[in-house]
Design a protein around this ligand. Structure first.
Ligand code: ADP
Ligand code: ADP
Ligand code: MG
Length: 448
């Protein structure tokens, strides 16, 4: 096992990883930007190294400085968390060259799955159903127009290097195509440094169902069941749950097997997520694979009793996965709310600032993952997610009641948050009954 791990991230996920290490008796090194001197992850780690100025480009995305900090502190492994360098194959390659264990899959796999247009092709060849669309990037506008005619409108234009719901455009008809094509490309170029876009048939009112995968270095791969992430705003997840109310045990096995097959097809190692869209008839389509830990991993932990971050570390250290598929039993129901510093009344504008009052909920079945503390000054430069509130119950109704209760105890003052927006969802009858799909926030709540 490793003696020391460097955590190449910030915020709640850095805190989450440091906690996992501490429980395993592993020393931790935090890295931080000049804007994060007072951040909680810096305080909780055994050591901390400043890696540059506030702008992520110069600190959390500064590969050389992070590798130097690792060598300097004699850490044997790097956990990248999510976002930042987590899906950067060049960085994973640098780690390999420097004999540092990268806690994630091989650089070749990150690169392959990171090109979402290419990933589709590979899954198709492996016999996994994919959303109808073009396999590979769009060459030009004429190509886009031709594919759109073949697929039939509405279609979706998506960034090949995309993530976090950015660089995605719905195109309802031919006259919207030119603008959608141009804006998706420029948004993709600005966000990911790569303006390649691809096209898929736009599926109407699907559920977003993703499967958590664990794969060791010896070809043993299992899945930990699904998460339903259909509650989204602008293609970004807001509330997630496990299990999904729409999956029968048979369909769970069927999609779960497809997810394992997808991981096998690319020689996957470590934890990963295979995302699918599922239509009203139960037909499922591969959408993408995320080659990292995900924001919503706690709901899977609550229903399986496993610690996915600790499993990631054990796998990266070369340990065999001592779990079979039959060992994975789902117990009860878990729901996660993402608490963000943003103002729903102002179009969800980010709201950084000083946390003047903070009161966390607790109690039976409640988990809270966050890097906030009383008096903390939230810097304006990073992600607006402040906390993840997770509730577990013996069934969905109990989990919902616990979430309602816990969210009503939560007090965050000094900044704007999306807590009222979360209540709007939790109080909606269709949500309570489990009747929702990815259009819920837009169509049911009329929120753009
Ligand atoms: P999850 O599937 O884990 O919910 P999200 O898409 O919400 O993932 O992204 C998790 C975090 O990673 C967010 O902070 C998001 O902005 C960031 N992220 C995801 N993909 C990328 C990417 N390709 N480039 C930069 N940041 C990304
Ligand atoms: P990202 O890499 O940004 O996470 P995804 O490919 O996972 O992008 O898509 C994000 C979300 O956009 C999905 O969860 C879904 O709600 C919506 N979406 C993506 N592709 C389609 C599609 N072909 N039809 C309908 N909705 C889609
Ligand atoms: Mg996705």
């Amino acid at each position: 096992m490793f003696n020391k791990i460097l955590v190449a991230n910030r915020g709640e996920i850095a805190v989450r990883i440091i906690r996992a290490c501490r429980e395993m008796g592993i020393q931790t090194v935090a890295v931080y930007s000049e804007a994060d001197r007072n951040a909680l992850h810096v305080d909780l780690a055994d050591e901390a190294v400043c890696i540059g100025p506030a702008k992520a480009k110069h600190s959390y995305l500064n590969e050389e400085n992070i590798i130097s900090a690792t060598v300097l502190t004699k850490a044997e492994a790097i956990h990248p968390g999510f976002g930042f360098l987590a899906e950067n194959s060049k960085f994973a390659e640098m780690c390999r060259e420097c004999h540092i264990a990268f806690i994630g899959p091989d650089p070749e796999v990150i690169e392959t799955m990171g090109d979402k247009a290419r990933a589709r092709q590979i899954m198709l060849e492996a016999g996994i159903p994919v959303v109808p669309g073009v396999n590979g990037g769009l060459k030009n506008y004429a190509h886009a127009a031709q594919i759109a005619e073949e697929l039939g409108y509405p279609v979706m234009i998506k960034a090949a290097a995309g993530g976090g719901g950015r660089g995605i455009r719905i195109v309802k008809s031919r006259d919207e195509l030119q603008i959608a094509y141009d804006t998706a490309r420029s948004e993709a170029g600005a966000a990911f440094g790569d303006d390649t876009v691809y096209m898929e048939k736009y599926l109407e009112e699907p559920r977003h169902i993703e499967f958590q995968i664990l794969a060791d270095h010896y070809g043993h791969i299992i899945h930990l069941g699904e998460r339903d992430c259909s509650i989204q705003r602008r293609n970004q997840k807001v509330i997630e749950e496990a299990p999904s109310v729409i999956l029968s045990p048979e369909l769970r096995t069927e999609i779960g097997n497809a997810a394992v097959l997808a991981a096998k097809a690319v020689g996957y190692k470590n934890a990963g997520t295979v995302e699918f869209l599922v239509d009203k008839k139960g037909a499922f389509y591969f959408m993408e694979m995320n080659t990292r830990i995900q924001v919503e991993h706690p709901v899977t932990e609550m229903v399986t009793g496993l610690d996915i971050v600790q499993e990631q570390i054990k796998i990266a250290a070369g340990q065999r996965l001592n779990l079979t598929q039959e060992d994975i039993k789902l117990k009860g129901h878990a729901i996660e709310c993402r608490i963000n510093a943003e103002n729903p009344a102002l179009g969800f504008k980010p709201s950084p600032g000083k946390v003047s009052v903070l009161l966390w909920p607790g109690g039976n079945g409640v988990r809270l993952d966050s890097a906030l503390y009383h008096g903390y000054e939230i810097p304006p430069l990073y992600d607006s997610m402040l906390a993840k509130l997770i509730a577990w119950g013996a069934n969905r109704d109990e989990a919902l009641a616990k979430m309602q209760r816990a969210l009503s105890e939560l007090v965050i003052e000094g900044i704007d948050t999306n807590i009222d927006f979360l209540f709007q969802i939790l109080n909606n009858d269709n949500y309570i009954d489990g009747h929702f799909d990815t259009s819920f926030v837009l169509k049911e709540l009329n929120l753009k």
